[in-house]
Design a protein around this ligand. Structure first.
Ligand code: RRO
Length: 314
């Protein structure tokens, strides 16, 4: 029987599956359920300094091939997630998880949020979300290479705990080169590729209208639509980043085969967003069973035997 064990930043998880931030991770109750599920680990909803209601509803809609959302960073505030993280870390030191942190106001809030975590008792992994596509009037940090460089420089001047960044999808080889050059200057533990494809538009055939209210219907796209873009970003960043920076693969994981492809591209952990929203926590049992069946059929004993080993035609 092969093993799905996944080693990520010094800990071995039963399997590489996690939720993607934003799905099933707003409250401590939802986080408890994730911790008790078949997922190998989990991540919390991206926190801002203050609690936020988010954008008006409807703001998330499942569609045939995926989802569209403009949630607008609804969350219970950094203190809520930080207090919970500290308690969770103390009560379950053998079950590491990831705390996601974002910013609504921009640069200074990112720094202030990281300073608060630095000064806290939480010592676990943080995912710095540089790619929220849904704050009206605010661009995504990670599409501004200079600002991303400045922000990470400022954070690394005081932050001593392990963290990584959540990136948006990039669509040009030069942009893969540029973001990798920025990130390689820093002792990041991981990058997570990808956040939703920002500012898509879905139209309801019956009514000729958009399906979500904020921003005139524009929202982040997830699910089946985004897998090729996600795989390209995992692969491109794996090829360019320092080997010490691990990759979390997120985007379009509906089946064990999708998970297998992310691993082939070099991902160490895998996050499931839209499909978790559609299917509920049972998705993790299904995905682990499907991925295990693929390893068995191919004669692999572990993920390490094929991770990053995507074939090419030259
Ligand atoms: O809350 C959101 O609107 C949201 C966030 Br912070 C994000 O990172 N990605 C996304 O698709 N939605």
């Amino acid at each position: 029987m092969p093993t799905l064990q996944a080693t990520f930043y010094g800990h071995t998880y039963d399997n590489p599956f996690m939720n993607a931030s934003g799905v099933h991770c707003m409250t401590t109750t939802e986080l408890d359920a994730l911790a008790d599920s078949a997922a190998g680990s989990f991540v919390t909803k991206s926190a801002t300094a203050e609690a936020r209601e988010g954008n008006p509803e409807p703001r998330y809609v499942n569609v045939d091939l995926g989802s569209i959302n403009s949630m607008g960073l609804p969350n219970l505030g950094l203190d809520y997630y930080l207090d919970d993280a500290i308690k969770r870390q103390a009560s379950h030191p053998d079950q590491p998880f990831v705390m996601s942190v974002a910013s609504y106001q921009g640069f200074n809030e990112y720094v202030a949020n990281m300073r608060k975590i630095q000064e806290s008792d939480y010592t676990g992994l943080v995912e710095l979300n540089l790619s929220c596509p849904n704050v009206p009037g605010k661009p995504q940090m990670a599409y501004d290479f200079e600002d991303t460089d400045k922000l990470l420089t400022e954070i690394f001047a005081f932050y001593t705990k392990p963290f990584g960044v959540k990136l948006p999808p990039y669509f040009d080889i030069m942009h893969f080169d540029k973001i990798a050059a920025v990130l390689n200057q820093f002792d990041l533990k991981f990058v997570n590729c990808i956040n939703s494809i920002g500012n898509g538009l879905y139209i309801d055939e019956a009514t000729d209208t958009v399906v979500i209210k904020p921003k005139g219907g524009f929202g982040g796209i997830g699910g089946e639509y985004v897998k090729p873009t996600a795989l390209a970003n995992v692969r491109a960043l794996k090829q360019r980043l320092n080997p010490s920076i691990e990759i979390i693969g997120t985007g379009g994981i509906l089946t064990g085969r999708d998970a297998y492809e992310h691993l082939l591209c070099g991902a160490s952990m895998l996050q499931v967003g839209t499909q978790l929203e559609k299917e509920g926590l049972g998705v993790f049992e299904r995905l682990t069973a499907e991925l295990l069946a693929i390893l068995e059929a191919k004669g692999y004993a572990s993920i390490a035997e094929f991770k990053g080993m995507l074939g090419t035609l030259d």
